[in-house]
Write a protein that binds this ligand. Structure first.
Ligand code: SAM
Ligand code: SF4
Length: 453
């Protein structure tokens, strides 16, 4: 265990002690977004006020992602902009995966930073803040050997209609390319009673849609005496009075079982969308990635989803240019896309990350070649989505309206299967309501439609 440490004392904490203000910028995935919502909750409950610009803040925080190199670099370029701020009395902090990965090196690269706290140590934040408020100038929280989850009495949520809720933190899988097990620590599930209590609180706050989060959400293992399975937790969340939609992401193919499909079939409040990252269609590359399933096993899970009594949208993540990926391996990924016909996907060029096993694998693919494969893959998928979305024209969907366009009478929302639909309506107050919309047109990434009053 590395205890939080302090190195020097100065007077920059004066601003914190007398009713501090904070600015918090987040880079990365939904889990990072939600961590930031909880960090904001911790700060607000200590009397801090959130401000819109870093210049207006006594405490400037960056919550960072290090999944790919670009995201990590972005943080250092942001920190560069803050070189002079410490002298002006501002306190700068780095949170999240880059903090965990770089640790105290951040103090060397950016000596004006005072707080470095990794994602696995957020439960220590109140203690670290107390140290900053007491005048300590360099404070770190970098443990990963924790069994605690980050639960906060207050969470300041950004989206007024869809609430994120982390049910499992960290990751015990060991994909050869991935930093998450290093930056977020081991898998820790939150007790089912605590999850359900928060869902009831969310309903009281006016939320009707919740999204359960975890790097491998379906590896959930209830630590309480109830020991309920993930699929039973989904059903229990859907049963909370006032809940209308339940989403969950990300599912790991290895732990994706028939009980989850049965739950989706049985309970219409469970949204008919599963995000099931495949990463590659090549059996050889899947083995090299240590993904723990074969192409065949993955396709069996897809067949199970396609065989469900209700239609279920399937989305995925794909990495191109993993070390040693040949033209044939890449062709197998394309053939998998054609076979599965995903509703949408996130695609990434392989990015070598510190400490990961793939860093020392031979036959690196050039950046140019990775870009070429990414473009081809995205074109293939665009075609698939265009064809798939075109078949939906004429259907009517229920949307949760989340946006009003600047254009007169134009709105947009998400279907249960997580498609975006842009639609026209003469109504005035649709934000946050559920409406019926008939699809009248389709593009590769969204549908257009008209409100069916
Ligand atoms: N836990 C999820 C899973 O197992 O699929 C995904 C977590 S990760 C935050 C999201 C996606 O980033 C991964 O599915 C993968 O496609 C991508 N990713 C992770 N590490 C990467 C790397 N080193 N280079 C490129 N993409 C990466
Ligand atoms: Fe990373 Fe693999 Fe864990 Fe997903 S399952 S977070 S890709 S190690």
């Amino acid at each position: 265990m590395v205890a939080p440490r302090n190195i020097a004392i100065d007077n920059t904490s004066e601003a914190l002690r007398s009713g501090g203000t904070f600015f918090l910028e987040t880079f990365g995935c939904q889990m990072n977004d939600h961590d930031s919502e909880k960090v904001a909750g911790v700060l607000l409950s200590r009397g801090y006020r959130q401000v819109e610009t870093p210049d207006a803040a006594s405490l400037v925080l960056y919550n960072t992602c290090s999944i790919r190199e670009k995201a990590a670099q972005k943080v250092f370029s942001r920190l560069g902009e803050y070189r002079t701020k410490q002298a002006a009395g501002q306190i700068i902090g780095v949170l999240g995966c880059v903090a965990q990965q770089e640790g105290e090196n951040i103090f060397q690269r950016a000596p004006w930073v005072s707080l470095v706290c990794g994602s696995a140590s957020y439960s220590k934040l109140p203690e670290l803040l107390s140290q900053l408020e007491a005048g300590n100038q360099r404070v770190t929280g970098l443990d990963t050997d924790t069994d605690e989850t980050f639960e906060t009495p207050v969470t300041r949520r950004d989206n007024p209609w869809r609430a994120y809720l982390t049910i499992i933190e960290g990751c015990d899988k060991a994909c050869a390319y991935c930093v998450v097990p290093f930056t977020r620590g081991p898998e820790r599930s939150r007790a089912s009673d605590s999850v359900l209590r928060e869902v009831r609180e969310l309903v009281d706050l006016g939320y009707s849609e919740v999204q359960l989060l975890g790097q491998t959400v379906n590896s959930y293992a209830d630590p309480s005496a109830r020991r309920i399975r993930f699929s039973d937790l989904l059903l229990a969340v859907a049963d909370v009075p006032g809940i209308r939609r339940v989403r969950f992401t990300t599912s790991h193919p290895r732990d994706f079982g028939a009980d989850i499909v049965a739950a989706l079939e049985a309970q219409p409040k469970l949204c008919n969308h599963v995000h099931l990252p495949v990463q590659s269609g090549s059996p050889r590359i899947l083995r090299a990635m240590t993904r723990t399933y074969t192409r065949e096993e993955y396709l069996e899970k897809i067949a199970m989803l396609r065989g469900a009594k209700c239609e279920i949208a399937i989305t995925t993540d794909v990495i191109v240019g993993f070390p040693g990926e040949t033209e044939d391996d890449f062709a197998e990924t394309l053939s998998l896309l054609e076979g599965v016909r995903y509703d949408s996907l996130f695609s990434f060029k392989y990015s070598p990350r510190p400490n990961t096993p793939s860093l020392s694998m031979p036959d690196a693919i050039s950046e140019e070649e990775k870009s070429r494969r990414l473009t081809i893959l995205q074109e293939v998928q665009r075609e698939i989505q265009s064809r798939r979305n075109a078949t939906l024209v004429g259907n009517t969907f229920e949307l949760l309206v989340g946006n009003k366009s600047r254009r007169e009478n134009q709105w947009s929302g998400h279907t249960a299967c997580n498609r975006v639909v842009n639609f026209a309506s003469q109504e005035r107050a649709l934000l946050g309501t559920y409406v019926q919309v008939r699809a009248t047109g389709a593009g590769p990434n969204s549908l257009v439609g008209e409100h069916v009053p």
